[in-house]
Design a protein around this ligand. Sequence first.
Ligand code: SF4
Ligand code: F3S
Ligand code: FES
Length: 248
Amino acid sequence: MGYELKMRVWRGDQSGGDLGDYTVEVSEGEVVLDALHRLQATQAGDLAVRWNCKAGKCGSCSAEINGRPRLLCMTRLSDFEPTETITVTPMRSFPVIRDLVTDVSYNYEKARELPGVELGPRDPDGKRRMMQVDVERGQEFRKCIECFLCQNTCHVVRDHEDNKPAFAGPRFFLRYAELDMHPLDTRDRRSAARETAGLGMCNITKCCTEVCPEGIRITDNAIIPMKERIVDRKYDPLVWLGAKIGLR
Ligand code: SF4
Ligand code: F3S
Ligand code: FES
């Protein structure tokens, strides 16, 4: 069954913009991205919206729906009353390119700062072995689709643009934890996590976890264990003494 959906969509670019009012013909079972595509096809041919898979897997269609960070392709119209007006705005923490499309290069810069994997020596027969249990430990983190909704939501940068240079954000704390749990990796990322990525600026509000479309428990399973490891290094007197006399 079809109905007329009232939408407010942010239109504009770096120089400014405003919400535009539209009425779009939609059908039951559709998602917000379907409504935007129909809007593009019938009334606003120049509306900019980024998308790719329409299956919640590419992480391209991130935006804010009624102020809440969500994937446009995974938000069903049936989540709202048919009479409700749906407001779609671009992610607030990143600069707008046009309409709903933002420049997410902040995230790629943070990815580049992260120390990569450093494998230890091979076994005497030339192979590398890892236990299945160790492989599985980081499995949850590999579900990340890089939608950057968590990055957009974290108040450390959402409300304080000037924190960006010193703060890598939840998606990359997740990556730190993933690499730290890699069974063959030998690199110690604890000081990088503290000094380069600004892990200490996270005060565990868990807003990142709440918006993750993959249901990754970013705070409990990645951030808190990484924080514990850093504290171990900083406050363990033996580790401290070892560092002082150059053992580590
Ligand atoms: Fe998106 Fe979740 Fe990955 Fe953050 S951790 S980028 S919210 S999938
Ligand atoms: Fe931000 Fe998540 Fe920490 S929202 S403050 S990174 S728990
Ligand atoms: Fe790929 Fe929405 S279009 S996640």
